[in-house]
Design a protein around this ligand. Structure first.
Ligand code: PMV
Length: 343
């Protein structure tokens, strides 16, 4: 049995502007997406994804159901990417894939699924894929299946893990994580990333120099945040980060990706935190807040009714949890990606 997993992500700073070449700071989450691949003795292929919304029951590939085929487009495309790299005999080796997710929607589960799946397929076909190849293949697949431009930040975080500074199309640079008291709050609404990224794109077409100016400003905040975060271990440092988060959120709001409901939650959370902002595309999903641990109870009370979790970093990107020869007694965790050096 092959078992791979990849982490979800939260963007700390640089959302949206990262699509247009500005840097972002991204965090790989302790919550992971797992892919189990069981080889078969025949050439049939089955897929089951009980945690997808709606769930995918055990289904044979090629998918006969049109809607399912569209939803699982990435899987068909992944297989096609391997076709040219594996022998005729290997290509006929059947398997069953089952996924299991610790990730709520809005935490980068799509990219984690793509990355963990291609890592499992590479192991199945005995291909040695390095981190950069996984990253490149993952980015190609997300671009092919998404209806909107994307930065590749989700894929980079799923492949490399850790706390990172990422610039589009570049290998990320790992940063030191100092257990920042960062809290994620679910807004209660699912966001449509493609729609929001398209909205920002349209704004940029209409007001190019203004929007580029906003992106520049977001980029400048990212640079400042990176510097401050390297030494922020006390309330004064946290307050500067909180201020930067608030400024960043204001700029994201000016791009048109916030809502009345999000603004209400941001206001509430600011009363009991150093600062807060949207994380990701906006429109729903998660916002993040930097909260004094002594005020966590107050924070929870203020945001009562919303699902909240404390952000825990995963230093590990995509992993083989089992190696090729998992036994029930001895589990081996094999990094598919060597740990990048911490700055
Ligand atoms: O909403 P999410 O978690 O998929 O994040 C999207 C992040 C954007 O910067 C808005 C888009 C991107 O591709 O980086």
């Amino acid at each position: 049995m092959i078992h791979t997993s990849a982490p979800g992500k939260i963007i700390f700073f640089g959302d949206h502007a990262v699509v247009y070449g500005r840097p972002c700071l991204s965090i790989a989450l302790a919550q992971r997406l797992h892919v189990y691949l069981k080889p078969r003795s025949d050439h049939r292929i089955f897929l089951e994804a009980p945690d997808l919304n709606p769930p995918v029951p055990r289904t044979e590939y090629p998918f006969k159901n049109r809607e399912l085929s569209k939803r699982l487009d990435f899987f068909e495309r992944s297989l096609r990417k391997f076709e040219s790299r594996v022998s005729e005999t290997d290509r006929k080796k059947g398997f069953e894939i089952t996924t299991s997710s610790e990730l709520a929607p809005g935490l980068g589960s799509s990219s984690a699924t793509i990355v963990a799946t291609i890592a499992a397929l590479a192991l199945h076909y005995n291909l040695q894929l390095g981190a950069e190849e996984l990253f490149k293949m993952g980015c190609e697949l997300t671009t092919e299946v998404n209806a909107a431009p994307s930065s590749g930040c989700d894929v980079a975080t799923a492949v490399y893990g850790g706390f990172m500074r990422y610039v589009k199309d570049n290998v990320p640079r790992k940063l030191e994580w100092i257990d920042y008291p960062l809290i994620a709050v679910h807004t209660g609404k699912k966001a449509n990333t493609a729609e929001l990224v398209t909205r920002v794109h349209e704004k940029r077409v209409k007001y190019p120099s203004i929007i580029d100016g906003i992106f520049d400003c977001i980029g400048e905040i990212v640079e400042k945040a990176e510097k401050v975060l390297a030494s922020a271990r006390n309330p004064e440092g946290y307050q500067v980060i909180g201020d930067l988060m608030n400024m960043q959120h204001g700029l994201l709001n000016s791009l048109g990706v916030s809502t009345d409901e999000i603004e209400h939650l941001i206001q509430l959370s600011r009363e009991v935190s150093y600062g807060s902002k949207i994380s990701g595309a906006g429109g729903g999903d998660y916002l993040i807040a930097l909260v004094n641990p002594n005020r966590l109870g107050e924070f929870r009370q203020k945001l009562h009714g919303h699902s909240i979790f404390e952000i825990q970093l995963s230093e590990e990107g995509v992993f083989s949890e089992s190696g090729q020869f998992e036994s029930h007694t001895a589990r081996r965790r094999t990094p598919l990606v060597p740990s990048a050096r911490v700055r």
